[in-house]
Design a protein around this ligand. Structure first.
Ligand code: UDX
Ligand code: UDX
Length: 454
């Protein structure tokens, strides 16, 4: 079966860039991205320098394909009906209430999507899970589809996204692997082949791995858990280095040169952030508990606990440096995004460090080159346990428009995102005579030590 029309539900960090690249590489396929948020669609159709997602190289890809075979639309029913293949790329946050709150994935958007697909489909369709989902979600999706639509045949594939934000376009152009899970039935295998045929337009065949649906769903959770585990492992050693006089950068280099271990994801930090790691590990923990595997659950849970410990430890280090009292102190928060080259701040360590410093009485001067003032203030409302009132915000949270302004007259500078512009080779911190706390290569002594950019 040759696919001519693709529809993707969800125009976010995953749906947007992924579909843009599919459209670029497959000019013979019409790719339409829909979203329940019409403002987002408007922005995707707007100027290339203010697309809703910032990602190096994305604007160029959208610029080339948009209007040719890449479209952004708010007509969900019409585009579901027209497509032979539908990608689900809606968000799957951690549940905040009900059974599994704080751990299990909230599947309400996925379920809503499945209901819409059942309602508006008039012909057989291949449904592709792009979002990260707990293993066996395909079963639930199938149930919803079959309950709500009788004559139509739906084939469900799992095709998890492995792109990392900030390098999404490069990751999509040159993926390590493309994973496609499908049913072992004949129609399942035909659907798998239809998706393989799309990717072979630019990905070498040997990099496309086909498996059963459950392996594919679980592989995504497990990959993220393994990556996060490496960061928590090195971070757990950073504190031991500080106690013993060992140097964490030297340690990580020495460990990483063992080719069985490798150098990647061994950089000590103030803690990992982003929309995936914490959410996916908690989801894995919940799954293990659900199957009665308490020891396995506890093993993975520790990865998240070390991450919380690291974020706290960094904030405490700053506070301790001022003898436990930040009242009347001004602190520059450099970076709000969860890592460089993205405007995404979900679960960013900066949010938690800033919260702790603010709670201790500090006045914050926040600067990030890509995260907007509105997003920063929204994050404060959404993530902080105690939400400051508008007067406190006005008096003690200042969003600055330049690096220079943020560092002016502060008692301390906390570097929380690894933006190039923050590196000492690109910015002279000396003239501000403040204490520097570098979270992107966690500090040894905390005072006037630059580990970045060396
Ligand atoms: C993705 C994946 O889907 C998630 O599973 C993974 O773990 C993290 O990355 P992401 O693209 O980053 O999510 O999320 P987001 O940028 O929030 O995009 C989701 C989009 O879906 C939003 O634009 C939202 O408006 C849209 N949406 C959500 C719908 O169109 N319909 C819905 O019912 C819910
Ligand atoms: C991750 C996975 O890498 C990707 O494959 C998956 O599909 C989605 O989740 P992402 O969250 O976009 O991607 O970013 P990633 O580059 O993995 O970084 C996650 C966090 O770990 C960031 O906060 C980063 O700063 C931190 N990190 C990364 C470290 O602290 N040390 C490292 O050595 C590497």
């Amino acid at each position: 079966m040759q696919i001519k029309n693709i529809c993707c539900i969800g125009a976010g960090y995953v749906g947007g860039p992924t579909m843009a690249v599919i459209a670029l590489k497959c000019p013979h396929i019409s790719v339409i991205v829909v979203d329940s948020n019409p403002d987002k669609i408007k922005a995707w159709n707007g100027p290339l320098d203010s697309l809703p997602v910032y990602e190096p190289g994305l604007a160029e890809v959208v610029g080339e394909a948009r209007g040719r075979n890449l479209f952004f639309s708010d007509d969900i029913p019409g585009n579901i009906e027209k497509a032979e293949m539908i990608f689900m790329a809606v968000n799957t946050p951690t549940k905040t209430e009900g059974e599994g709150a704080g751990m299990a994935a909230d599947l309400r958007y996925i379920k809503a999507c499945a209901k819409d697909i059942a309602k508006y489909s008039k012909s057989n369709k291949i449904i592709v899970e792009k979002s990260t989902l707990p293993v066996r979600t395909a079963e639930k999706i199938k149930e919803i589809l079959e309950e709500n639509s009788s004559k139509i045949h739906f084939e469900i594939l799992s095709n998890p996204e492995f792109l990392a934000e900030g390098t999404a376009i490069q990751d999509l152009f040159k993926s390590d692997r493309i994973l496609i899970g499908g049913d072992e039935t004949e129609s399942g295998q035909n659907a798998v082949q239809a998706l393989v045929d799309i990717y072979t337009n630019w990905i070498p065949k040997e990099k496309i791995l086909t498996t059963n649906v459950w392996s594919s769903e679980l592989a995504k959770l497990a990959s993220n858990a393994m990556l996060a585990q490496r960061i928590s492992s090195i971070n757990s050693l950073s504190v031991l280095c500080e106690k013993t006089g060992a140097n964490i950068d030297e340690l990580s280099k020495a460990i990483g040169m063992d080719h069985r271990i490798g150098p990647h994801f061994l950089k000590a930090s103030v803690g990992f952030g982003g929309s995936c790691f914490q959410k996916d590990i908690l989801n894995l923990v919940y799954l293990c508990k659900y199957y009665g595997l308490d020891e396995v659950a506890e093993y993975w849970h520790q990865v998240v606990k070390i991450n919380d410990y690291q974020k706290n430890r960094f904030a405490e280090k700053i506070t301790d440096n001022f003898d436990g009292d930040l009242n009347g102190k001004q602190i520059a928060i450099l970076g709000w995004a969860f890592k460089a080259n993205t405007n995404d701040s979900r679960e960013s360590a900066a949010i938690y460090v800033a919260e702790k410093l603010f709670d201790e009485g500090a006045t914050l001067k926040i600067y990030d080159p890509m995260v907007t003032k509105t997003s920063i203030l929204n994050d404060v409302q959404f993530y902080w346990k105690e939400i400051p009132d508008s007067i406190e915000v006005q008096n003690r949270i200042h969003i600055e428009m330049s690096l220079e302004d943020a560092c002016e007259k502060v008692d301390a500078i906390a570097i929380l995102t690894g933006w190039e512009a923050f590196k000492t080779k690109n910015f002279n911190y000396d003239r501000f005579q403040s204490k520097i706390f570098d979270g992107r290569g966690i500090i040894k002594e905390a005072i006037n030590i630059y580990t970045l950019g060396k």
